[in-house]
Ligand binder design. Sequence first.
Ligand code: F6P
Length: 356
Amino acid sequence: MRIGILTSGGDCSGLNAVIRAAGISIFNNIKGAQLVGIPDGYGGLIRGEGQLLHRDDILGILSRGGTMLGSSRQPFKQMEIVGDDGESKLAKMVRNYKAMNLDCLIALGGAGTHKNAALLQREGCNVIGVPKTIDNDIYGTDVTFGFQTAVEVACDCIDRIRTTAESHSRVMLVEVMGNKAGWLALHAGIAAGADAILIPEIPFSEDKLCDFVASKKSLGKRCVIVVVAEGAHVKSDAGLKRKKRAFVRTELNEVTVTPHLAEYIEEKTGYAARTSVLGYVQRGGTPCAYDRLLCTRLGEAAADFAAEGRFGVTIAVKGNRLVANKLEDVAGKYKYVHRADRMVKCALELGIFLGE
Ligand code: F6P
């Protein structure tokens, strides 16, 4: 059996841990199986590149961040567009999958990766998805690998920011990743004892946030911590599509709402406000123990799925079990934070400001 493996989309901690677990499990349990590493996500498959991986290649990488295979983003919308050479990216991938004699492909990735995986499956390739992303927004799974590590990193950064904010008696806006979904902001914010958390799913009122900050300060709080997901937006922008919001911001020379919000808070409340954008630090480095365990389980399960011929699915966490979701059922869908979520309820009951 020849099994391809690739890592696609924005990286996160734990990709190597999954590759390692899948590889060891494949070599130990599937007689005569070969593992083909495809570089740079679907990019490598489009170019027809793949390299046989041996046991030695995948050892010693459990705790290493990034991905030994490299990654790239390959937008779903461009997959079926026929290029100047008369072939679409999808057609190239299918042709190369066949040319590489693959029996199946394990695709580690987020929502975009799963959409492309469903396309490949539709075209007759055998795909097994493994849900990765620090955003934790893949539909149908309780958790994605990489998320917990990002929560730990963000939480640690917020703890550090708090100490300097207290020294200087400042309002601190800490921006975390999360364009469509606010899971990372919500979990890291609660874990770090933030005063306010702004997420894309709950558009916020700037004035109510200012009133909240002022009320905290008037109670004698030296620092007020506001965690802002990069996709957070004000109520008046809620009617706009995400792309339109991004366009409006670009016109204003802004990437996210955070810098403007800091200025607004200073102007309205008179309290000094600063911003800190955590950025790619959340995606890099060693996976935490929770993610290492999850990645190991997912990698081992992917090998089992390959051996059992369970294709056209992505592995999902449901409670403490691993289950299979059909790619066609999850592709193109996201898992958002709902107002009824228990962490939202918990935040509200603790008096954390969530935008309204
Ligand atoms: O999808 C994961 C993610 O980290 C998002 O939270 C973030 O918006 C995006 O990737 C950044 O992607 P890029 O690597 O393309 O800048």
